[in-house]
Design a protein around this ligand. Structure first.
Ligand SMILES: Cc1cc2nc3c(=O)[nH]c(=O)nc-3n(C[C@H](O)[C@H](O)[C@H](O)COP(=O)(O)O)c2cc1C
Length: 304
């Protein structure tokens, strides 16, 4: 196969998501050998059998192809370092990674989500690899999630799930600091004060959505703070705004000078309002972009 075809085939195989295992055995002199493998597959339940493919170019290939016993440790998420050691470290791999002998005396990896002890049944030639067919003589397993591998990269199902969950449940909230004659309009909540806010289905064009909600009551100014409040899983965008004559919005007009002494709904909203009080003195407003703990400030024009 020509090199580009080889590359393409490797990429095509890489589209198949796998777990990651470490395959281990002992040389006749007793020294331990092991390599990282994602070519693992279960084969049979009765009798219990599995297979793994060992590259003919591996320094340990011949030992695995003729050994009496080998073991397969299915790595847990978080064990990327174990995989890397058994894929590329050239020194004593077992000196770096915690392990213990199985019933056949073959080392298995501590913390692996499943450990299979095998009697090698056959070594089947498979092109540039040898298929090691093993009969499972013993195994242990835990409920933990295995480490994933796809397209040449590790992945963790637990982290992916958490990210999807966080994203799908994240609230999109837009608010406005509405100023009128040295006062700002605030809503009262059981936890404390906050600028009037609205929840939206999607990020979309929040400015247009806010203008529609506040129609006639305010003139919307610059975005003033854009942050993720991880405590409440909320993406928060706050605009500066000026109340129009006859503004009919509900809430309490609080003197801006008194903001520092108030109790606010969340620490992030407290930081937003106290920063507004400080910057209102000089009208040197800055746009904050970040999260509730840290972020960047960007200069914006003097308004409202
Ligand atoms: C995620 C991953 C999966 C791998 N799967 C296999 C495999 O199934 N078979 C194989 O022969 N090598 C596989 N390798 C490569 C071997 O682990 C690597 O070539 C071997 O440890 C080199 O050992 P050596 O230095 O003793 O020759 C994989 C490497 C990684 C990172």
């Amino acid at each position: 196969m020509t090199p580009p075809d080889r590359r393409a085939l490797r990429d095509a195989f890489g589209g198949f998501m796998t777990g990651v295992t470490v395959v281990t055995t002992r040389e006749p002199d007793g020294s331990a050998l092991g390599f990282t493998a994602n070519s693992f597959s279960s084969v049979s339940l009765e009798p219990p059998m599995l297979l793994v493919c060992s590259g003919r170019s591996l320094s340990s290939h011949d030992v695995f192809a003729t050994c009496a016993h080998f073991a397969v440790s299915v790595l847990a998420e978080g064990q990327e370092d174990v995989s890397n050691v058994f894929a590329s470290f050239k020194g004593d791999r077992f000196a770096r990674i915690a392990h213990a002998p199985d019933a056949n005396g073959i080392p298995v990896i501590d913390g692996a989500v499943a450990k299979f002890s095998c009697r090698r049944v056959r070594s089947i030639p498979g092109g540039d690899h040898t298929i090691l067919l093993g009969e499972v003589t013993g195994f242990t397993h835990s409920d933990g999630l295995g480490l994933g591998y796809a397209r040449g990269r590790y992945f963790s199902l637990g982290l992916e799930r958490a990210a999807v969950f966080a994203d799908s449940t994240r609230r999109i909230v837009a608010a406005a600091l509405i100023e009128q004659d040295g006062h700002v309009l605030l809503e009262e909540t059981p936890e404390g004060m906050r600028p009037p806010q609205f929840e939206f289905e999607a990020q979309g064009n929040l400015r247009a959505a806010m203008e529609a909600r506040l129609a006639g009551s305010v003139i919307l100014g610059s975005a003033y703070s854009i942050f993720d409040d991880r405590q409440t899983n909320t993406h928060y965008t706050c605009f500066l705004a000026q109340a129009t004559q006859g503004c009919a919005l509900a809430g309490r007009l609080v003197p801006i000078d008194d903001l520092a002494g108030l109790t606010f709904e969340t620490p992030a909203i407290a930081a937003l309002c106290t920063r507004f009080a400080l910057e209102y003195g000089t009208r040197d407003f800055t746009l904050y972009v970040g999260d509730e703990a840290s972020g960047d400030r960007h200069e914006i024009s003097k308004e409202p």
